[in-house]
Structure formats: structure tokens, C-alpha cells
Design a binder for this molecule. Structure first.
Ligand code: UDP
Length: 443
């Protein structure tokens, strides 16, 4: 029997979950743990097998996701149905692996959210489980608070929507939150009901690991001793886990500019922008009269919205790419600020680069994340919508100028970056938590 634990790591198959779980797996692998990383057959094909060379302690296995080949994998309502066919296949896969690896059987399953059923499968087989929550500890705490919010009549038990307009403070030391911006409110009734069930299953996880630090979210982390901050997860050699091909030329392009002079614009892997808003953004970027690096993902056949650049857009100061090596960009000295959708991974990456943010949240936990940036850490500003519900070109220009002229925000961004570095240093809190977790898995 090996003295190093063998982890089966299984992300919900979207990029914002795969990336942190892959990075976490790499951290475990560098500490001698064995990793079997499970991805769907569809994603394996999509990534053209590139992630399968990430290290000697990491092995990749696949299972079918049970969807039709033409189904849209960016449609959350479709991929939530993995539960229909995958649990029995997972059960068999674990038994097969353990039959082959009698000396180093799977000792622990680590999952991301939305697939709590995988912990149930592990539980049936007598295997320990843990959750790596791919978002903030605060958003985890908000999902855990659902029964209390229902009991107190704050949200409707069937839809999750607020019963009336109000602001609440979910946890001590966390920002006030408009109940209409609770993370499930923008995702529909079915997603809410799914999350209620999933939150129950995830309780089978003995640890709730989060890609955060004790300085970023002390209030939320105090909710339970099972919440273990192990962030920031920042390995940079997992770029190959992208669904789109990265454009490496933008790094050379950035080299020509002075420090803190380029505006980086990216909205992650899922957010889809309305065509009128897209035009407004394009013209707003031109108006900046500054270099900008803008990620515009290629539209796919499922993506009904085809964004067209307005005629008056010239983009002469900018570079538009379809997918960026984002972590490297956010560590490039030329970057001045980050216009972001406030996805948690993007935020952690930006904080680690000491970059000020301009917040443009689209849905789910992105609204709470914005509150942390603007109201708690004070390392950024929000973009406000006009009477037509659009973030206008003038607003974009005004806020970029305000942000870049704000020395206090710059100083706080750099201080926050230092705290992140301290956490992952050898004696840092996140490193100690990681050690504690590995020792638990060995036992
Ligand atoms: N990302 C990237 N290149 C891009 C845009 C995004 O590599 O051009 C990565 C980014 O570094 C992050 C992930 O995609 O790790 C997006 O995750 P996030 O939680 O920010 O947002 P989501 O895509 O889940 O909405």
C-alpha cells in the first residue's frame, strides 16, 4: 500500500471548474500524490488530448457525459443532466481502477460543485470525499444558507427568488447583498432546485476546499471549520486546458508598452454579450485613446448572438484575440487594469497580479464578487448601466480614467497581492491547510 494518497479528481465539465481542479491536482501531484483526473469524452476531444501530458503523477480517464453529440455544452440546463447516466458509470470506473491498482487504490474523491452525486458514489464505495468549490467561500456560504433564507421567508422555496426587495448581510464581515442578486436568482428555477439537492450531497465532502485565502474572506470562512482556504491556485502550465486556442502573440505585443498602460478586457468562458452592448463596448474602447487587449471568444453554432463590430469602430490602438493566456497577461507589467465579468478565477488571477478591476458582472456569484472588489477590498470600481440597461461608451471611458487616476486603489491592489503571495509561501496559511488536507487523505 502506497503512503501517498490516490485522488480521483472530477470537475463539473466547464472551464471555470476544470481549471481550478487541474491546478489543484498539479499541486497535489508535486507533493507526491497520485491523481486520476476524470473528464468527459466530449471535453477530451475538444482539448485534443493536450492536457494529458501534465505530469508523471497525473493520469487522465474519461467517461461519456450522456448527452447527444450536437447538444450545447454551454447550456447549463443540459449539462446538469449528467446525473442521469454518469453515476453508475462512475461506480464501475472506480471499481475497475481499484481492481487494477490493488497497491494504490483511490483513497479520496475530489469534486467541484454541481456533481455532488459523485460524492454519493464514493460514499457507497467507502471512499472519502472532499469538495473543491470553484468560486468564493462567500458564494458557498450563500448556498448553504438556502434553508435558513427559506425559513425566514426571505426567498421562495420553489424558485429561490426573493419574496420582497431587501438587502441582507448573509454573514458577519461580508458585504450587504440585494436579495435579487443572490447567485441562483439569475439562473432559473430548475437550477435553484438542482442546487438545493446538490448542496445536500456536497455535505458528504469532509472538507470544503476553496480557492481563496483567509485574508480575502474571513467572514465566510468562519462559517464552518470544514471550509479550508487553499488559494491562490496559480500554476501557469495548465494553459492547455482551454477549450479555445490561446493567442501567444499578445504577450510580445504587450512588451512594447510602458508599465501600467494597457487595458485588458475579458469576460471569461461563458458570458454572452448583447449585440448593442458589444457595439457600445467597442466604441468605448476606441474612445479610451489607450492600448487595449480585448478577448472576443469565437461564436459557435449554438451561440445565437453574433457580435458585429460597429462601422465606426477602428480599434487601431487595440489588439483583439479569441482567447488569452490570461494568467500571464495579468502578470505582465504593461497591464493597467482589468475590465472583467467578475468570475472568481479571473478575480483571483487579477488579485495575484496586483491589478485594479473594473467590474462588469453578468450573472450568478459575479455580483457578490463585484461587492468584494468594490466595497470590501476596495481594489476596483463598478460600471453602471444607463436608463436603457446598457453600459455606455461614455461610462466605460469615464470609469477607466477614474480608475487609472486612483492611487489608493493601486496601492491597495499591490498590498492585496502581497497577502496572496504570503498565503502560498511555505509557512503561509494556505500551504498549511494543504498539508493538513493531504495528511487527512493519507489517514
Ligand atoms: N481565461 C483564459 N483566457 C481568456 C479568458 C479566460 O485563460 O481569454 C481563463 C481565466 O484565466 C480563468 C477562466 O478562463 O481561469 C475563467 O474562469 P472564471 O471563473 O473567471 O469565469 P467563467 O468562465 O467560469 O465565467
Amino acid at each position: 500500500m502506497s503512503s501517498f494518497p490516490h485522488f480521483l479528481v472530477m470537475p463539473y465539465p466547464i472551464l471555470g471548474h476544470m481549471n481550478p481542479l487541474l491546478q489543484f491536482s498539479q499541486v497535489l501531484a508535486t507533493r507526491g500524490c497520485k491523481i486520476t483526473f476524470l473528464i468527459t469524452e466530449f471535453n477530451q476531444k475538444r482539448m485534443k488530448g493536450e492536457i494529458e501530458h501534465l505530469g508523471e503523477h497525473m493520469k487522465f480517464v474519461t467517461l461519456p457525459d450522456g448527452l447527444d453529440p450536437e447538444d450545447d455544452r454551454s447550456d447549463q440546463s443540459k449539462i446538469l443532466s449528467l446525473r442521469r447516466t454518469m453515476p453508475s458509470k462512475l461506480h464501475k470506473l472506480i471499481q475497475d481502477i481499484n481492481a487494477l491498482e490493488c497497491d494504490n487504490k483511490i483513497t479520496c474523491i475530489v469534486v467541484s460543485k454541481n456533481i455532488g452525486w459523485a460524492l454519493e458514489v464514493g460514499h457507497e464505495l467507502g471512499i472519502k470525499g472532499a469538495l473543491l468549490w470553484p468560486a468564493s467561500a462567500t458564494s458557498f456560504a450563500s448556498f448553504q444558507s438556502i434553508p435558513k433564507l427559506i425559513d425566514e421567508g426571505i426567498i421562495d422555496p420553489q424558485t429561490g427568488l426573493p419574496t420582497r426587495k431587501q438587502e441582507i448581510q448573509l454573514l458577519p464581515n461580508s458585504p450587504m447583498m440585494d436579495t435579487a442578486k443572490l447567485p441562483w436568482c439569475s439562473l432559473g428555477k430548475n437550477f435553484f432546485l438542482h442546487m438545493v439537492q446538490d448542496t445536500q450531497s456536497l455535505k458528504l465532502g469532509e472538507w470544503w476546499l476553496c480557492n481563496t485565502t483567509c485574508d480575502l474572506e474571513p467572514g465566510a470562512l468562519a462559517m464552518s471549520p470544514r471550509l479550508l482556504p487553499i488559494g491562490p491556485l496559480m500554476q501557469t502550465d495548465t494553459n492547455k486546458s482551454s477549450f479555445w486556442r490561446e493567442d501567444p502573440t499578445c504577450l510580445n505585443w504587450l512588451d512594447q508598452f510602458p508599465p501600467q498602460s494597457v487595458v485588458y478586457v475579458s469576460f471569461g468562458s461563458l458570458a454572452v454579450m448583447d449585440p448593442n452592448q458589444f457595439k457600445e463596448l467597442a466604441i468605448g474602447l476606441d474612445l479610451l485613446n489607450k492600448p487595449f487587449l480585448w478577448v472576443v471568444r469565437p461564436s459557435n453554432d449554438h451561440n445565437k448572438v453574433k457580435n458585429a463590430y460597429p462601422n465606426e469602430f477602428h480599434g487601431s490602438k487595440g489588439k483583439i484575440i479569441s482567447w488569452a493566456p490570461q494568467k500571464k497577461i495579468l502578470n505582465h507589467p504593461s497591464i493597467a487594469c482589468f475590465i472583467t465579468h467578475c468570475g472568481w478565477n479571473s478575480i483571483i488571477e487579477g488579485v495575484c497580479g496586483g491589478i485594479p478591476f473594473l467590474c462588469w458582472p453578468f450573472f450568478s456569484d459575479q455580483f457578490i464578487n463585484k461587492s468584494y472588489i468594490c466595497d470590501v477590498w476596495k481594489v476596483g470600481m463598478g460600471l453602471d448601466k444607463d436608463e436603457n440597461g446598457l453600459i455606455s461608451k461614455g461610462e466605460i471611458r469615464k470609469k477607466v480614467e477614474q480608475l487609472l487616476g486612483n492611487e489608493d486603489i493601486k496601492v491597495r491592489s499591490l498590498k492585496l497581492m502581497e497577502l496572496m503571495v504570503d498565503n502560498s509561501a511555505e509557512e503561509g496559511q494556505s500551504s498549511k491547510n494543504l498539508e493538513k488536507f493531504i495528511n487527512w487523505a493519507k489517514g
